[in-house]
Design a protein around this ligand. Structure first.
Ligand code: UD1
Ligand code: UDP
Length: 353
């Protein structure tokens, strides 16, 4: 096996979590450098994850920050290209479906540097989501596609990409399994917030179609305030900005807090009554933690969790219903959708490249 120089590109909260288990294993065998685009930059959206998940310090932080898609990605492309020219890696790894993912995959593929896409083959079939564009293009320009589920693998096959696809399981599930015990030991968040187990709903919202229009957001929060227990809402900075700008107020039933560190957040998920979310990663975590999940979207890339009966899709504009949320109580035995020890499978494939 050849020792390789590998660059892992990350930029947004869920990518730090996906990077953690893979980076640790890769560093044992290869020279792995981390490049952080700086897409997320607040302490509780970035550095706290490097601390909680013990991820090594990025060799590069491009500090790109926020901005419209074209401008943000344009800056990323130019700066990533410079690093790739300087480092000339054997392989580049990108994760998920953010603008940092696509910028990394495009910059490297234009330079004929092979790209591994971790979490390939996901589709919502909703092209109004920026992530859908990012996924499709990333899958088609990358050289090695790591599918997290059989469904994702089948999608890649249907798009003519089977030759470069590998069914390896889901990497964020590895992160969850590895950190849950530590979270139980270390997190004092339940006490800090004065909450009892199973006495609260945990809510996250950050999708543009749910939060960018203040009327839609107001409506979602109003309906959720009718639930039978408190709703704990760690507010994503995108959502916070809209709420502040529009002076959107919520009643006592909804408790707003800042985004949480990973250990506190997974601990709270494990203790919540139910999970309410539009996040991709949180739908998977809720499933693994055997928590009822209500996904406030009209479709999901993680369709297996819906088919298995543990995830209920609710279109926020027309289907939101507090009674339905309160009455959703899945008990079915779960299918093994995401696999386990998936970082090991990924490293084995990378070793053989
Ligand atoms: C991004 C990803 C999305 C992912 C999400 C995870 C894209 C197109 N979107 O969405 O796929 O699910 O991250 O959380 O890549 N902001 C801050 N501080 C930060 C980061 C962002 O204040 O540290 C604010 C800024 O006002 C910014 C806004 O949040 O304009 C949106 O950030 P951006 O990274 O563009 O998109 P997200 O909504 O975070
Ligand atoms: N998360 C966190 N703190 C929070 C909210 C979420 O640590 O306050 C974690 C969560 O456990 C999951 C990931 O962030 O692993 C999901 O990220 P996000 O919802 O921002 O993005 P998505 O998965 O939708 O792309």
């Amino acid at each position: 096996m050849k020792r390789k120089k590998i660059i892992s590109i990350v930029g947004a909260r869920p990518q730090f979590i996906k990077l953690a288990p893979l980076s640790e294993k890769l560093s044992d065998v290869h020279e792995e450098l981390i490049l952080h685009t700086g897409q997320h930059y607040d302490y509780n959206m970035s550095d706290s994850f490097f601390a909680d998940l013990k991820i090594k310090k990025p060799t590069y932080n491009l500090n790109i920050g926020s901005g419209p898609h074209g401008a943000q990605m344009g800056k990323m492309l130019g700066e990533i290209e410079k690093v790739l020219q300087l480092e000339n890696p054997d392989l580049l790894i990108v994760f998920g479906d953010t603008n940092s993912t696509l910028a990394g995959a495009l910059a490297a593929s234009k330079m004929n540097i092979p790209v591994v896409h971790v979490e390939a083959g996901l589709r919502s079939y909703n092209r109004s989501m920026p992530e859908e564009i990012n996924r499709i293009v990333t899958d088609h320009v990358s050289s090695y596609l790591f599918a997290p589920t059989i469904n994702a693998f089948n999608i890649l096959e249907s798009e003519g990409l089977k030759e470069k696809s590998y069914l390896v399981g889901d990497i964020s599930v590895d992160a969850l399994m590895r950190h849950l015990d530590m979270a139980k030991l270390r997190s004092g968040i339940l006490k800090e917030l004065n909450l009892e187990e199973n006495s609260f709903y945990l809510l996250t919202l950050h999708r543009p179609y749910n939060v960018d229009n203040p009327e839609i957001l107001r409506n979602i929060l109003y309906t959720l305030s009718l639930l039978d227990s408190k709703v704990l809402f760690p507010v994503h900075p995108r959502t916070r900005l809209i709420m502040d700008k529009n002076q959107l107020l919520v009643g006592d039933q909804i408790q707003l807090i800042d985004p949480l560190g990973y250990l506190d957040f997974i601990f709270l998920q494990s203790k919540a009554k139910k999970i309410l979310t539009d996040s991709g990663g949180i739908q998977k975590e809720a499933f693994i933690l055997k928590k009822a999940c209500i996904t406030l979207r009209s479709e999901t890339e993680w369709i297996e969790t819906v088919e298995d009966g543990w995830n209920l899709l609710m279109k926020p504009e027309s289907e939101l219903d507090a009674d339905k949320i309160m009455n959703f109580n899945p008990t079915k035995e779960q299918t093994d959708i995401f696999g386990s020890n998936n970082a090991d499978k990924m490293v084995e494939i990378i070793n053989g490249i």
